[in-house]
Design a protein around this ligand. Structure first.
Ligand code: BG6
Ligand code: MG
Length: 217
């Protein structure tokens, strides 16, 4: 990457906090009530995917077709359990390296934004104390199109008053990396290079990232 990085845009679930296990607990509880098993491997398919789309995948796995109002009720039920879990979160659950890298960005004058599909992002940011680390927060309550649509990252860049080509996205989901590519932004995958093939670089966690490494992208 040649240009100067002016902003770092962060996905939340799986990049800054490990909420995938809370999503998994709630979805698998719902599946159990509906009479089928939902595995951790199945849960991989839900990463980065909106709540409604996640329910569709879950029902497909269970071989169920349900009317719209029943689907709304089930998504709400799952969310009630999920919120019970995230309300107990605190700063201990921030993933390794996240606070250090956010702090480093801000000291270096690089703007920071959250770009998350979650409608529960503010609950998590407040509980963990992460909220003050962002210049802009774009979550599932502010967007209408889910990743891989680039809307969330383009809105974040616009809020920061930074051009898309001057942004780097940090993402753990394939759909999120695709959203970054479609937004015309560079991306760093957090996780496995086998899954995050389109990312400019893939690292195991933000503990592996620093401002000097950003310029090597
Ligand atoms: C994403 C998660 O960040 O948010 C998905 O990776 C989740 O697993 C999505 O489905 C929506 O979250 P919420 O909190 O609005 O149900
Ligand atoms: Mg994620």
């Amino acid at each position: 990457m040649q240009q100067k990085i002016r902003a770092c845009l962060f996905d939340l679930d799986g990049v800054l906090v490990d909420t995938a296990r809370y999503h998994y607990l709630a979805w698998s509880r719902l599946a159990q009530e509906l009479g089928f098993t939902f595995t951790e491997k199945d849960n991989e398919r839900l990463k980065g995917v909106s709540r409604d789309a996640s329910l569709e995948i879950l029902l497909e796995i269970g071989g169920l077709t349900l009317p719209q109002e029943e689907k709304l009720r089930l998504a709400e039920r799952k969310n009630t359990w999920y919120v019970e879990s995230i309300l107990k979160m605190n700063s201990q659950e921030i993933l390794p390296g996240a606070l250090e890298f956010l702090t480093e960005c801000r000291l270096a004058g690089i703007k920071t934004a959250l770009g998350s599909a979650s409608k529960n992002a503010m609950t998590i940011l407040n509980g963990t104390g992460l909220a003050p680390y962002f210049d802009a927060i774009i979550d599932g309550t502010k967007t209408s199109r889910a990743k891989p649509d680039p809307e969330v990252f383009l809105l974040a860049a616009e809020n920061l008053n930074v051009l898309p080509e001057d942004c780097v996205v940090f993402e753990d989901a394939e759909a999120g990396i695709e959203a970054a590519v479609r937004a015309g932004m560079a991306s760093v995958g957090i996780g496995s290079p086998d899954i995050l093939k389109q990312a400019n670089r893939v690292i195991p966690s933000l503990a592996e990232m620093s401002i000097s490494r950003l310029s090597e992208l």
